[in-house]
Ligand binder design. Sequence first.
Ligand code: HEC
Ligand code: HEC
Length: 345
Amino acid sequence: MPEDKYLLKAIQQLVQLLGVLVFYLVASSVFLMGQSYGLFEHEQEVMAQQPSSKVKPAASPPAKEVWHAPDTSSIPVTPEGALIRYGRELIAHTAVYLGPKGTVQQISNGMNCQNCHLQAGTVPFGNNYGAVATTYPKFRHRSGTLEGFEKRINDCLERSLNGQALEVESREMKAMVAYMQWVGKDVVKGSTPEGFGLLDLKPLDRAADPVKGKLVYDKHCTLCHGSKGEGIMAENGLEWTYPPLYGPNSYNIGAGLYRLSRFAGFVKANMPYGTTYENPVLTDEEAWDVAAFVNAMARPAKDLSMDWPDISKKPFDHPFGPYADHFSEEQHKFGPFDPIKATQQ
Ligand code: HEC
Ligand code: HEC
């Protein structure tokens, strides 16, 4: 076929640029197209189809370009690819496998990782995993240790999902690690891409106010998250259609979202659901105040006595003493934060 000839030529040129990526493209083409050609023909097709901008090795992305996750269709059709896909599935539907009625183990509160790490951790400022592959293992002051992927994942299981740690050797742990490595594979080692993790909101010059926050909550959040923060369970009884924000089924007091700055940054860029960082609905004040309201409500406890072995490294909004400074727990919880931050410079 003349078309084949053309494709072959295009490939020969591209092969020089591609290196190892060829393999992934081949595999993804097999997966996507599901046709019964030989492997080599697929390679030709796929290479000619890929716009070259997509297949360039990620050597030097422009400094300010906001991070986007790789396309899931590029996950290879190999045992490693299957592990990555299982990892993504576990993050999107954690409760189905690891929740109170989980098919693998029952070790978490029924939330999905994706409830907080939107779209399996791929959304800019949606608490994504864009910097995980390139920055872990890293030293974290909360534990005072060098943490690998597994420790960090278990942190969220024990805190954000108010549950128990997974065995490091379990297939589920290996799958989530493989997925995170894949999601961050194009980010330059050691760098943190624009838009990774959460938005850092400028603190207010006053304390965040739970009373004002309640008004924001009633207006913008009750519809989905419920008038008591209780959420709405999906019909299958396994996952939340709208996850809880406080009360017994929510994250515990050791979770990242229990820090006001994390909650406010998440909500500003992502809530009410459908909001993006480019088109926020809440003002900064509303985001801080609603964070104060939600985090003033009751939620599960957690023994934090082993956290922050060096108390001088506690973040400005860590709400539990003792502290290396003279500010109260109340101020560390609700602000104003600028005076605290000034002592930490
Ligand atoms: C209730 C919300 C919530 C849930 C559910 C949740 N996380 Fe997190 N996770 C967070 C927050 C908040 C952070 C800290 C983000 C920050 O400080 O910028 C975080 C951080 C992380 C990080 C480190 C990211 C980085 O760049 O350093 C990983 C990895 C992670 N979570 C994995 C998971 C996994 C896996 C699950 C499910 C088993 C999960 N999380 C469930 C809220 C959550
Ligand atoms: C239109 C429905 C809707 C509205 C309104 C809404 N949310 Fe959400 N919210 C969601 C959904 C759905 C998720 C889970 C996202 C997912 O799993 O993809 C979520 C997740 C969250 C999470 C992380 C998961 C958790 O339960 O801790 C927080 C925090 C949150 N919302 C806060 C808020 C706040 C605060 C408001 C009001 C300012 C708000 N949301 C308004 C639908 C909504």
